[in-house]
Design a protein around this ligand. Structure first.
Ligand code: COA
Length: 326
């Protein structure tokens, strides 16, 4: 049986730390409010020299190093992002250039905070057709460029960073067991960036109306996130005849500690099996899961044969789950 296996992980975050105390000086908020409502203590913010493709490249180099794969051996690069350096070319083409991965096809994939799961599932399908492919899947975001730093409802939640995996095919029981992807476009207005696309192209008016920023109805998003993530987690387990008790490490999208706690409680996954790093980075959208996966991997939290569940939710709406036998 051919399975897609993760043979290397890596992550990179910008050096600049923005703490809750820093935010207290920027908007009407408090460390206490942010911590109790979201679990976030600080986040990383990119400088002009650290665009999406830079963060992605740094994370990719570490993943390639761990995988002992040369950039020239890569067949494909998928960058999952909603904040590419520019609209054209893709961030993936810039990563391909930075790495010198001459033979790799390269494209961006946009599914907001579920992006990495969509990217991993895409790579998995290519590899199931050709076991020898080596694919780099990266989640990378510079959300700070889309945050209205005067809006306390959103500015406290988001951050910048990137995580990457190298995947290839192997015969055996290890690898990605299944992916479960979903979307509901009828809910698009609850979480969106209205400006900068063809509906509201860049203009003075667009900027004056703050359409370039993230717009969110937090309370509705919260409820939908819990329900959708729980449902897709159960779907993934059931389709593999597994139960929540079989999970060795649960890696959820890091959007809000209360969302993570609610799902873990509903699925009855004990705290020690839930990977959390939201306090350090906030919500880095498509990057949260690959960053967490890399940190868990390097901390020795995942052993060969462990069952790892990835579970995400994001704008669109999009959501999903992937189960991996490590
Ligand atoms: N600091 C202080 N007060 C704030 C605040 C901030 N940063 N942001 C909002 N508030 C205020 C609100 O204005 C409101 O005040 P009011 O009662 O006087 O109107 C009060 O806090 C409660 O707001 P509410 O929106 O009900 O809080 P909440 O408990 O739902 O928490 C979120 C808000 C945004 C943290 C929460 O809804 C959430 O995390 N939602 C999901 C968002 C998400 O994950 N998005 C990405 C998905 S991929």
């Amino acid at each position: 049986m051919v399975h897609t296996v993760i043979i290397g992980t890596g992550c990179h975050v910008p050096a600049r730390v923005l703490t809750n105390q820093d935010l207290e000086k920027m908007v009407d908020t408090s460390d206490e409010w942010i911590t109790t409502r979201s679990g976030i203590k600080e986040r990383r913010i990119s400088s002009k020299d650290e665009p999406c493709s830079f963060l992605a490249t740094q994370a990719a180099k570490k993943a390639l190093d761990m995988a002992q794969v040369k950039a020239a051996e890569l067949d494909m690069i998928i960058v999952c992002t909603l904040t590419p350096d520019m609209l054209m070319p893709t961030a993936a083409c810039l990563v391909q250039k930075n790495l010198g991965a001459e033979k790799a096809a390269a494209f961006d994939l946009s599914a907001a905070c579920s992006g990495f799961l969509y990217g991993l599932a895409t790579a998995d399908n290519f590899i199931r057709n050709n076991i020898s492919l080596k694919i780099l899947v990266i989640g990378a975001e510079v959300l700070s460029c889309r945050v209205n730093w005067k809006d306390r409802n959103t500015s406290v939640l988001f951050g910048d960073g990137a995580g990457a995996v190298v995947v290839t095919g192997r015969n055996g029981k290890r690898g990605i067991l299944s992916n479960h992807l979903h979307a509901d476009g009828t809910l698009w207005k609850l979480l969106h960036i209205p400006g900068g696309g063809c509906v509201s192209p860049p203009s003075r008016q667009m900027l004056d109306d703050n359409l370039q920023y993230i717009h969110m109805q937090g309370r509705d998003v919260f409820k939908l996130a819990v329900r959708a993530m729980e449902e897709s987690a159960r779907e993934a387990l059931e389709s593999n005849n597994l139960s929540p008790q079989d999970i060795d490490l649960y890696i959820p999208h890091q959007a809000n500690m209360r969302i993570i706690n609610s799902i873990a409680e509903r699925l009855q996954i004990p705290r020690e099996k839930v990977y959390v790093n939201i306090h350090k980075y906030g919500n880095t959208s498509a990057a949260t899961i690959p960053i967490a996966l890399d940190e868990a991997n390097r901390e020795g939290r995942i052993k060969e044969g462990d069952l790892v569940m990835l579970n995400a939710f994001g704008g669109g709406f999009t959501w999903g789950a992937s189960l991996i036998r490590w």
